[in-house]
Design a protein around this ligand. Structure first.
Ligand code: GLC
Length: 437
């Protein structure tokens, strides 16, 4: 890929690397069985047996403005909603299918209401679109790796008709990029086996995307995953390799770069419990403390966090999710300067937590207390001023008698006398803003 492609990618993703924190929303018919969004595949449910959920779908409490306010209060800057997941159900009024929310009892274009509500709250909007479609008659079924009817010979499909599915898929992407105003993210999911790259007619698809909404950023899942082909990790990524990598349910141990070691934009997508779609029995929620620390970890490695909620069949985000988001938002209201617009500090990870950096501001995220003064390894003489970010109060820079043996290091402490040990004002994460010389 030409050098300009990477320059264009850098330009397109500027806002993304500033915003750092987004909401992922997985919602659809699968909220009724409430066993996660893969329920059709896992339980090999036929379309006929899944139809009951289409017939019943009536999210009377769907209030996208409330969702948007919760995301904004959580400190999230953008949101991505599933417009169509693997089950093929469309949350938008597509002219290319009857399998859509406007034909259910809901009678609403859920995507349109989502983009309007989140824009009204000042958030950027993205749409997730599944390349996989377990409803479409021309999508591979019998013998496929994951299709609900993969073991049912009656669903042997004629491969020559896959092009008809691609026409449908490209047509729907065109609808989303034409009929819903300015979108900020197109989030495709996912390539597997031979279904990758040009098997999706990805060049043609990306040409269309770039012509309809040139500013939009696209994830990397049109391409083969990992090191294959022209993935975003290669020195010469393909035209459809996307603008950001999308590690899932993991935070890359040391950030993400291409094979030349150049940082690439990335966003870790992570569930609040262990399911993307609503799962009523899944109460394994991450604490707000964990979310705060993992957001810091992503930013400390030049990445974003896309944190998922799975609204229930009535259209409501689960209360456990809302409570976690509210607490994260409280922390961000006091400490957001150490997240937004920040990135890697190019310093070794300290024992007590992590660093993030923006220009001459270095943020020390103290996850655990120190005995005596807090050690800033190798930073002797580099720190001009230190303040507790949450309240602006003075933090003391000195090397008291119990630290004199470390001349290359700087030390700070939260109070005086400075050789004492002090509890952290916020044991989830206390942020000290260091101004560098
Ligand atoms: C995986 C799952 C899919 C989910 C996606 C989110 O691809 O199959 O259900 O939407 O992860 O990244």
């Amino acid at each position: 890929m030409s050098h300009t492609y990477k320059e264009e990618r850098t330009e397109r993703t500027k806002w993304f690397l500033e915003d750092r924190f987004g909401m992922f929303i997985h919602w659809g018919l699968y909220a009724i069985p409430a066993r996660g969004e893969w329920v059709r595949s896992v339980e090999q449910i036929s379309i006929e047996d899944y139809q009951v959920y289409f017939d019943q779908f009536n999210p009377a409490r769907y209030d996208p403005r409330a969702w948007a306010k919760a995301a904004k209060a959580a400190g999230m800057k953008y949101a991505v909603l599933t417009a169509k997941h693997h089950d093929g159900f469309c949350l938008f009024d597509s002219k290319l299918t009857d399998y859509k929310s406007t034909n259910t009892q809901a009678g609403r274009d859920l995507v349109r209401e989502f983009v309007e509500a989140f824009r009204a709250e000042g958030l950027k909007v993205g749409l997730y679109y599944s390349l996989i479609d377990w409803y479409h008659p021309n999508f591979p079924a019998y013998g496929d790796r994951i299709h609900p009817m993969r073991e049912n010979e009656a669903y042997k499909r004629d491969p020559s008709k896959f092009g008809a599915y691609l026409d449908y898929m490209h047509g729907q992407v065109r609808e989303l990029l034409t009929d819903y105003g300015k979108l900020d993210i197109m989030w495709f999911d996912f390539s597997y086996g031979d279904l990758k790259g040009e098997a999706w007619r990805a060049n043609e698809l990306m040409e269309m995307i770039r012509s309809l909404q040139p500013h939009i950023i696209v994830d990397n899942r049109l391409e083969a995953s990992g090191e294959e082909g022209g993935s975003i990790y290669k020195k010469d990524p393909s035209f459809f390799s996307g603008d950001f990598a999308s590690p899932e349910q993991i935070i890359p141990p040391s950030g993400l770069t291409d094979e030349d070691g150049n940082p690439i934009p990335w966003e870790a997508c992570i569930t609040l419990n262990n399911n993307w779609g609503y799962a009523s029995s899944d109460h394994s929620y991450k604490s707000a403390r964990t979310v705060i620390r993992k957001l810091v970890e992503c930013v400390s490695k030049n990445g974003n966090l896309l944190l998922n909620v799975g609204p229930d069949a009535t259209g409501v985000i689960p209360q456990q999710s809302l409570e976690i988001l509210e607490e994260v938002g409280q922390w961000l209201r006091l400490n957001g300067e150490s997240i937004y617009g920040c990135g890697q500090a190019d310093l070794p990870k300290p024992d007590w937590g992590r660093y993030t950096r923006r220009g001459d501001k270095l943020y020390a995220h103290l996850f655990e207390e120190s005995i005596g003064p807090v050690n800033l390894a190798e930073l002797a003489g580099r720190i001009k001023q230190a303040r507790l970010l949450s309240d602006g109060s003075e933090i003391f820079i000195s090397r008291p008698w119990n630290a004199v043996m470390y001349p290359n290091d700087a030390f700070i402490n939260l109070a005086r006398p400075e050789h004492f040990s002090y509890p952290l004002p916020d044991d989830r994460n206390t942020v000290v803003e260091l101004t560098l010389n």
